[in-house]
Design a binder for this molecule. Structure first.
Ligand code: ADP
Ligand code: MG
Length: 635
């Protein structure tokens, strides 16, 4: 080994230390994945070199045949990975192998519980990467030189995976990265050609870069093994998405997913397509089984891996899918784009627009299929990504109907409270004559499921969807109909059940309304400050009164969100509806004393607000009035 200069010892970033500790202790049962991670990095390094060499061919330094070599030394207890990819400069080594650059890492680390079982799931979500080398090695040496830098500016990085690492400048004539793993005493099984070959076949067959192992050949009697072994490619070494679908095994699709997504778990589903004709491209799109920890972080990476004619161009090409599908992972390989395409060009290129709408369709089709054929899997999908998909109707007008069909809600028809009901299913079992889809929004399932707004629906056996996500009210402002049927908020406006009310029902309602005109007027007088209208309700069976939201007014949920974010909310008064058949209302109607009538009316109004999940403007007044009434009752 050459002379080392400018040697220094540096500490790992705190998060790296935590990650290392966690990984070594929680991934023990799956330790062979270290090889997959290191090969995956070598493959990325080859991609990056090819890409940079498009503009600067001299980076290839005459050697364009990219490959990774995996060798071992039983006696020395080492496994060595040697690639001729892009390599790293000294600064890059210090950043990439000393810190974790992902956004939200600190937040992620805060979520760790210290319980190894739970945390090992979290770590899968985070992605293990290079540091997984320390699962099997108690010392790791990295020798690397960035393509284009002189041989004298190579770097040696070394660490025992504890608190710190060393870097020194060395000489390395060959471009690329060599990683030497000094295996722990009980991990010697990996210093074995057969074992390595199997692990590579299992996890890395799909890697497009040739992975070479020394050819196994016993040296002839009396001869020493040759100094430079003969190398043999052990993987298939062709880009997976270029192969015909029928030839690709599920396991290969799954491993390829892990390589490009840095996820630890298998995907829920994928869709692999080749498009020919005006535009030519291949795509391989995946639905992950789990939300990444940074799904809601603005700057979190998203988008597809872009290749142009099999050459890697960039990660996280965002222009191929809409924001509401940002959880999709995958690859797109175009034959039409130019090799020097940039992010800026992608944003403007009309080719991208038509690819984007085709890829969006593919994803929605894939989700439809998943919902249809694998309802259990779809539940998992919905739990993880439903909230994001709900952004769809607002973002993607053209696919509104398709997206609406993929949404799932809790419903009065299912006591579990889980979001399992789709709009198509709802309509399929709707009542004869029902031409609307009814829903109610609110804070929580517990609150909406007992809402007085549902009383008439319960009585008539009409299903109502129960929407309790923060985004729901906003979503519904974009989703006005599905399959030609209007979506109706049951807490809004004057409830009209259409054909679901018989002619007799309607006549009876009109008569009752007429007979209560006097009470309506008195209530209007009493509640003038608080309500926009007073009317007789047809939607109540058990409760005395209810507050309905005006057709054009902001719902409670939106109002609360806006208020919480400090925005000024337009003042809107609710409609007070009362149940003429309720004993309290009968009592109220019969009350001759105007002061008592007034108190009584306010109590009913405040109670209706509470039942809707709202807070009272003047809670003390409510308590005072109620207590006054209670005292009068008890004397
Ligand atoms: P990830 O692959 O998710 O970026 P890793 O922990 O696997 O995370 O690797 C960290 C970084 O180290 C990589 O992004 C890359 O910049 C650098 N790196 C790792 N291995 C190599 C390699 N063989 N050649 C060049 N760079 C590498
Ligand atoms: Mg990696």
């Amino acid at each position: 080994m050459s002379v080392e200069t400018q040697k220094e010892t540096l500490g790992f970033q705190t998060e790296v230390k935590q990650l290392l500790h966690l990984m070594i202790h929680s991934l023990y049962s799956n330790k062979e994945i270290f090889l997959r991670e290191l090969i995956s990095n070598a493959s990325d390094a080859a991609d990056k070199l090819r890409f940079e060499a498009l503009a600067k061919p001299e980076l290839l330094e005459g050697g364009a045949e990219l490959r990774i070599r995996v060798s071992f030394d039983k006696d020395a207890r080492t496994v060595t990975l040697d690639d001729n990819g892009i390599g790293m400069s000294r600064d890059e080594v210090v950043t990439h192998l000393g810190t974790i650059a992902k956004s939200g890492t600190a937040d992620f680390m805060k979520n760790l519980t210290g319980d190894q079982k739970k945390d090992s799931h979290l770590i899968g979500q985070f992605g293990v990467g290079f540091y997984s080398a320390f699962i099997v090695a108690d010392q790791v040496d990295v020798y690397t030189r960035r393509a284009g830098l002189p041989a004298s500016e190579a770097v040696h990085w070394s660490s025992r995976g504890e608190g710190e690492f060393e870097v020194a400048t060395i000489d390395k004539p060959e471009r690329g990265t060599r990683i030497v793993l000094h295996l722990k005493a009980d991990e010697t099984e990996f210093a074995d050609g057969w074992r390595l070959r199997n692990v590579i076949k299992k996890y890395s067959d799909h890697i497009a870069l040739p992975i070479e192992l020394p050819k196994e050949q016993a040296p002839a009697e009396g001869e020493a093994a040759p100094a430079e072994p003969e190398w043999e490619t052990v993987n298939r070494a062709s880009a997976l998405w270029t192969r015909p679908r029928a030839e690709i095994k599920d396991e290969e699709y799954q491993e390829f997913y892990k390589h490009i997504s840095h996820d630890f778990e298998n995907p829920l589903s994928w869709s692999h397509n080749k498009v020919e004709g005006k535009l030519e491209y291949s795509s391989l799109l995946y639905v992950p089984a789990r939300a990444p920890f940074d799904l809601y972080q603005r700057e979190a990476p998203r988008g597809l891996k872009l290749y142009v004619q099999r050459v890697f161009i960039m990660d996280q090409a965002e222009s191929f899918l809409p924001l509401y599908l940002r959880f999709i992972k995958g690859v797109v390989d175009s034959n039409d784009l130019s090799l020097n395409v940039s992010r800026e060009i992608l944003q403007k290129d009309p080719i991208i627009d038509s690819m984007k709408s085709a890829l969006t369709k593919r994803v929605l089709d894939m989700l439809e299929k998943l919902a249809q054929n694998e309802p259990e899997q779809y539940k998992t999908f919905w739990k993880n990504f439903g909230q994001v998909l709900k952004e769809g109707p607002a973002e993607d007008f053209a696919n509104k109907e398709k997206i609406a069909g993929l949404l799932r809600f809790a419903s009065t028809q299912d006591d579990s409270g889980e979001p399992t009901v789709g709009l198509a299913e709802y309509l399929a079992r709707a009542k004869e004559g029902q031409d609307k889809i009814y829903y109610l929004t609110g804070e929580s399932y517990a609150q909406v499921k007992n809402s007085p707004h549902l009383e008439v629906f319960r009585k008539k056996g009409i299903e109502v969807l129960l929407l309790t996500d923060r985004i729901d009210e906003w979503l519904m402002s974009y989703l006005t109909d599905f399959d030609g049927k209007g979506l109706v908020d049951v807490a809004r406006g004057d409830l009209d059940l259409g054909k679901l009310d018989s002619e007799e029902d309607k006549k009876a309602q009109e008569e009752v309304a007429k007979s209560k005109e006097g009470l309506v007027e008195r209530l209007k007088g009493a509640l003038e400050q608080s309500v926009s209208e007073v009317r007789v309700s047809h939607r109540l069976t058990d409760s005395p009164a209810i507050l309905a939201i005006g057709e054009q007014d902001l719902g409670l949920q939106m109002r609360q969100i806006l208020e919480a974010s400090g925005q000024k909310v337009p003042d809107s008064k609710p409609i007070f509806e009362f149940n003429p058949a309720h004993p309290l209302i009968e009592k109220l109607d019969a009350e001759p004393d105007e002061d008592r009538f007034n108190d009584f009316a306010h109590i009913l109004f405040d109670q209706a607000a509470l039942a809707a999940g709202d807070s009272l403007k003047d809670p003390a007044a409510y308590v005072r009035r109620l207590n006054k009434l209670l005292i009068e009752l008890s004397v």
